[in-house]
Design a protein around this ligand. Sequence first.
Ligand code: 9WN
Length: 502
Amino acid sequence: MIAGPSDQPALLSARSRQERGADPAIGRPHGAATTIDALDAAEAAGSPAARIVRRAFRRTYDVTDLAMGAADVLRSNDIGTMVTAAPALYPHMWSWDAAFISIGLAHLGVDRAGQEIRTLLAAQWADGMIPHIVYGDRGGYFPGPGRWGTAELSASAPQAPLTSGICQPPVHAIAVGRILEVARRGSAEDRAAGEQLVRDSWDALYRWHAWLSQYRDPDGTGLIAVVHGWESGMDNSPRWDQPYTAVVPGPDLPPYVRLDRELVRDGAERPTDLEYDRYLWLIEEMRRASYDPVKVYDTCSFLVADVFVSAIFAVASDVLADLGEEFGQPAAHVAELRTWAARSRAAVAASCHPETGLARDFDRRTGQWIDVETLAGFAPLICGGLDADAERALLATLHGPRWAGHPELVAKVPPTVSPDSAGFKSREYWRGPQWPVVSWLFGWAHARHGHTAAAATLRTETLKLVGDGAFSEYYEPVTGEALGSRMQSWTAAVILDWCTAR
Ligand code: 9WN
């Protein structure tokens, strides 16, 4: 369990919120339901007054309070072996969540941060893949391990712990690098624990990057493919709408019951049932390929070169190579990481649309670029690789009036889709809302590439956005309303990192 710095969080503690009757998934005290439902109805009817009232009710806390509240969320979601992604909606470990969560944990104890990474890596498949979900002992999430059947069907999957059969964006080396930075600011024990973590995790992370390179970019294009929208982490982004039309669920799709819709009552905040049918059908396809990565690549009806995952892969490969050099890891492996980083960085830059400058995904099944404007288009700002003028222009677009600086937004934080785009849906998951964790990633990348002022703005504005202390999964950009799960661990983790940032 986490040993935390504060016993008296100034924010209403997560546990006491639950005790007082707030539903952790909905996060709304029951007494407030009528007012909020009335506001929802008024807003749905297009009343600007409802938006103004909602904004006026937003409360804000200072940085110390936020840090204590964030620490409290992490402690409260810690089930000993892992910090679950969220208490009700996601009661297990998710791969990229765990990486961000470990960054937050580093501020509460470097050992505990290391344990989180070790728990994830203990579930790494024999071939090198880090699975997108590591299941704990509790059920409570669909699809659970039985639906995937990885332990029975795949020779590479572990028998224990049970895992899903796909992966998520490779942010893990970034997390280990950040944990080391935090550790080096702490005590001698912290420093030793941070350095030991690098030594213990480096080879596993190298094998993970090698898996992505070998099985998801077999032709060495530099763009890493995903075989499921869940692998992108941006599950129902409009980026995937076209490729998903090729995923046609068969009549033999086994029946299922969604649990997420019981926890997030407003259906507009989650993917649709048709989207879920497709998600589940892809699992059937992968089961039929026994999760063999070569067969999956060849047969899966969804195969898209993901420009945002590729950008993360590029920069994370560089971070891992830097750590490898410092910690005396095999020179040949470090050199491979540098090659992958350079190749992916160049491919991300080359994907940019000649007019908009936004990076694009590539549908490998149809052989076409996907010209859909979303936050993923700013991928080159994650990995670098543009010439100085193009990079400055892209940075100005991200922070300008079509995106983070849009005049309607409550905080200057990039939305997942621009409010000026036809596909913008202010409440719907990856189709418009602001995700604090994605802002942190851009902030980290801005700082790495020397855009210090832009990094500082993202920090300040995201702290403003999450000032209600709900630590929500995502936020409605125009009103700042907390959406999806409350007490979401990765939101708390990145806020804690930003609150204690140096
Ligand atoms: C499916 C856990 C995960 C995040 C993803 C986010 C959401 C799952 C879901 O939650 O995905 O993996 O059930 O919607 O889209 O990025 O890792 O927080």
